[in-house]
Ligand binder design. Structure first.
Ligand SMILES: [Zn+2]
Length: 178
């Protein structure tokens, strides 16, 4: 219930601020993104504790979290946080069409995951840190914004960037020490 209270409080403030200018409104919208990015970071931390690559994702529609995912070390190369979150959300909603949903993920999606976002009709992708090795939401490719495909997602990045990146760096530092 804590989640709902936090959201309701934000909504009340948001309603008040619609009268007092866009700057303040934008600030609060960012707080909402931060709130859900924190949830994605929690998934990443779970992966870290398991010894998996700490990348986490959640899928949100109308302020409700409908899917969770994190990277898994397994024989299945498609088990990335975003794909896991899309699968769990689709199972929950009993449909492949996740339009109206926002995917929050700690690191920029790779080409496979960006493709999955397009296929799932995800409306908005919000990621923390850029992925210079395989990012496909603006860094190496921009699959989610490619108008030649049959769906285009809104994209935002840089939400809790340092926290997302630090966790990943800590993981690779620990691995190198071993
Ligand atoms: Zn991926």
């Amino acid at each position: 219930m804590q989640t709902l209270c936090a959201i309701n409080a934000t909504c009340i403030i948001l309603a008040d601020l619609t009268l007092s200018g866009n700057g303040e409104l934008m600030k609060l919208l960012t707080i909402d993104d931060k709130y859900f990015m924190q949830k994605a970071l929690n998934e990443a931390k779970q992966a870290f504790l398991r010894g998996d690559v700490p990348i986490g994702a959640v899928i949100v529609r109308e302020n409700e979290i409908l899917g969770y995912g994190s990277d898994k070390k397994s024989i299945d190369p498609t088990e990335h946080a975003e794909v896991m979150a899309i699968r769990s959300c689709a199972r929950k909603l009993k449909t492949w069409n996740l339009s109206g949903c926002t995917l929050y993920v700690t690191i920029e999606p790779c080409p496979m995951c960006a493709g999955a976002c397009v296929n799932a009709r995800i409306s908005r992708v919000v990621y923390g840190a850029k992925n210079y090795k395989s990012g496909a939401c603006g860094t190496l490719y921009n699959i989610v914004r490619d108008t030649r495909l049959n769906h285009v997602c809104e994209v935002e990045y840089g939400v809790m960037e340092n926290e997302c990146l630090n966790l990943l760096q800590e993981y690779f530092m620990q691995r190198r020490k071993r």
